[in-house]
Design a protein around this ligand. Structure first.
Ligand SMILES: NC(=O)c1ccc[n+]([C@@H]2O[C@H](COP(=O)([O-])OP(=O)(O)OC[C@H]3O[C@@H](n4cnc5c(N)ncnc54)[C@H](O)[C@@H]3O)[C@@H](O)[C@H]2O)c1
Length: 285
């Protein structure tokens, strides 16, 4: 392969693996094994398909069974092996069980992409216990447990990469979206802690903050945001928000996924505890 992925791992014509990311299993000529959460659609689906296109074996998990079946179909079109895991990731033990499924099937785990996310628009002064706990259960607790479970396997392997999906919102004051922004600040905190915990074993933990993409989550979030702010003309509201982006447009899901895949497969081995912004210049910190 050439271009964007040119410096990274690639499968050469002989069927062997070579490149910057060479855990023992790849040296033995088996593909890297990845787990992508929240893979029933949106960014997670695109990441799963792009990782599969790079020749990895991909486990995909989500609460949405139909979406997972469709993602699995797309992954198979890349001639990659796929493991479908349907269930609520917030249940106690679910993240650990998903990691174990990957280990049971392929003998280890090389990549974890913590992409599953949930958020609800709710003015802070009206916010409810229910939405806080639901948001934190997925975005923080389940993500932490997935990092822990995969991190333990990667520690023993002495290799692996974790990519956590955060948000520009984690560093912003958004009074209509506080549980979500607080949860993504939690993602940043977990990324820092996990990167230090796993650095002695050569395991890399980074995060990526996507800007506004056209996904199911973003569409419903912005419609709700327009509603709570009394904005009846949704298109006008969306256009106004797009104009705030220095690059002047919203992100393609595929280009954000390319950056996730870069962190998961190609980023230099000295890069850990980093946060990569893919917000078209919106988040400049
Ligand atoms: N869309 C954006 O503009 C944007 C911006 C910044 C950050 N993000 C982040 O990117 C990630 C992907 O978001 P997306 O826009 O593709 O959203 P999405 O809604 O399309 O994907 C999120 C997935 O998580 C799954 N999920 C929700 N609750 C679950 C649960 N309890 N158990 C298992 N799976 C569950 C959903 O079914 C869904 O498939 C999220 O972490 C989100 O916070 C998105």
């Amino acid at each position: 392969m050439t271009g964007f992925y040119g410096t990274g791992i690639k499968r050469v014509k002989t069927g062997r693996w070579e490149g910057a990311f060479l855990p023992a299993e790849i040296k033995n000529n088996t593909p890297p094994r990845a787990l992508v959460t929240g893979a029933a659609g949106g960014l997670g689906r695109e990441v799963a398909v792009q990782i599969a296109a790079r020749g990895c074996a991909v486990a995909i998990t989500d609460i949405n069974a139909e979406g997972i079946a469709e993602t699995a179909r797309l992954v198979r079109t890349q001639s990659a092996e796929v493991e479908e895991i349907v269930g609520d990731f917030t249940l106690e033990g679910a993240p650990e069980a998903a990691v174990q499924r990957v280990v049971d099937r392929w003998g280890g785990i090389d990549i974890l992409v913590n992409n599953a996310g949930y958020g609800v628009i709710e003015p802070f002064l009206d916010s409810t216990y229910k939405s806080w706990t639901r948001t934190l259960a997925l975005n923080v607790t389940a993500l932490a447990m997935a990092c822990k479970a995969a991190g333990r396997v990667m520690r023993d392997q002495r290799s692996g990469r974790i990519v956590n999906i955060t948000s520009p919102g984690s560093r912003m004051a958004l009074p209509d979206y506080t549980a979500y922004t607080a949860s993504k600040a939690g993602v940043d905190s977990i990324t820092r802690a996990a990167s230090v915990a796993l650095a002695p074993y050569g395991v890399l933990v980074n995060s990526l903050a996507p800007g506004m993409m056209d996904t199911e989550m973003q569409r419903s979030t912005e419609a709700d945001l327009a509603r709570v702010n009394g904005r009846n003309d949704l298109q006008d509201f969306l256009d106004e928000r797009t104009k705030r982006i220095p690059l002047g447009r919203r992100a393609e899901i595929s280009e954000v996924a390319e950056a996730v895949v870069w962190l998961a497969l190609d980023a230099p081995k000295y890069m850990t505890a980093e946060r990569l912004n893919m917000s078209g210049g919106l988040d400049k910190d």
